[in-house]
Design a protein around this ligand. Structure first.
Ligand code: A2P
Length: 317
């Protein structure tokens, strides 16, 4: 397994288990199976509404002797409705309680967007935004305090473009150590990758398989990563699956990757992708694939009543 290093020398396994859209009743087992298969990195978030069950899986694995807490790397994310400085610690403590842990390895600001407290999803209210009361600078200051308190060993962000990262770079103190963004061969984000690498910000790729389980009608005609003929050809050459090639692609770029699965066979298949070595010519073919597509476009946060627009969120809009 490849590991990526933080500046203090701590390491994160390049391959982790994603838990977004992992159903209740399934994710506990998925976590146990993943740890048994060798995963040591688990990616969680408050908004996935399953952290308690993920925590039960962790507890089962630790009690059975499969793993020790200190051998696991657990990430979680601050939801948009807890961005005010005094909300960050209670939010983190709530996540720790659900996960049954006394510290996180990594805590991320999930989106550069602030909701009013109590609002879970943007669609619930017309006036859900409160960004004036919770500027990123205040949220980021509180995140740094979480690190100083030892509640999170590392801190970072998710869904931040270069402008948003620049906003944090202008502040004193600790810079984000990780940026978790959508990334796969349809969205390689070379500029953002170069930006982050030049500033020692690690990257985690979410939706590495193209998030095939989040297709609403609106996305029915989206291109499908897992059905891409060029990627299939590369997979066939290696006797691997398309999913494994997609996972190996991130690892080859020194980017952490968190495929979600609650299926035991696919959890194990995905883990084996860490051993798949793609050649320079495979990587070149993947770079030339010629399809550009963002599966998680953030449009649920923009619209008539929103002070945010897609241009705020992404560098390429
Ligand atoms: P399942 O949980 O039934 O395995 P992403 O990580 O891009 O969001 O993709 C997750 C989706 O891809 C889930 O629907 C998951 O279904 C499915 N999936 C996970 N691993 C594989 C794989 N190796 N091949 C095909 N589909 C996969």
């Amino acid at each position: 397994m490849k590991y990526l290093s933080f500046q203090n020398g701590d390491q994160i396994p390049a391959l982790g288990l994603g838990t977004w859209k992992s159903e209740p009743g399934q994710v506990r087992k998925a976590v146990v199976w993943a740890i048994e298969a060798g995963y040591r990195h688990l990616d969680c978030a408050k908004i996935y509404q399953n952290e308690k069950e993920v925590g039960e899986g962790i507890e089962i694995a630790i009690r059975s002797g499969s793993v020790k807490r200190e051998d696991l790397f657990v990430t979680s994310k601050l939801w948009n409705n807890a961005h005010k400085a005094d909300q960050v610690k209670p939010a983190l403590e709530n996540t720790l309680k659900d996960l049954g842990l006394d510290y996180l390895d990594l805590y991320l600001v999930h989106w550069p967007l602030a909701f009013k407290s109590g609002v879970t999803f943007a669609q619930e209210r017309e006036d859900f935004y409160t960004y004036e009361e919770a500027p990123l600078s205040a949220t980021w200051q509180a995140m740094q305090e979480m690190k100083e308190l030892g509640l999170a060993r590392h801190i970072g962000v998710s869904n931040f473009n270069q402008n948003k990262l620049n906003e944090l770079a202008s502040l004193p103190g600790q810079q984000p150590e990780m940026n978790q963004v959508e990334m796969h061969p349809f969205l390689p984000q070379a500029n953002l990758v170069n930006y982050c690498k030049s500033r020692a910000i690690l990257i985690t790729a979410y939706s590495p398989l193209g998030s095939p389980d989040s297709r609403s009608e609106k996305h029915a005609n989206d291109p499908k990563l897992l059905d891409n003929e060029k990627i299939k050809e590369i997979a066939d050459r290696h006797g691997a699956s398309v999913g494994q090639v997609l996972i190996a692609w991130s690892i080859a770029r020194d980017i952490a990757v968190i495929p979600k699965s609650t299926n035991r066979g696919r959890i194990e298949e995905n883990f084996k992708a860490a051993e798949l070595q793609l050649s320079e010519s495979d990587l070149q073919e993947l770079a030339n694939i010629g399809v550009n597509h963002r599966f998680v476009d953030g449009s649920f946060f923009t619209g008539e009543n929103s002070p945010y627009n897609l241009h705020d969120l992404w560098d390429d809009h």
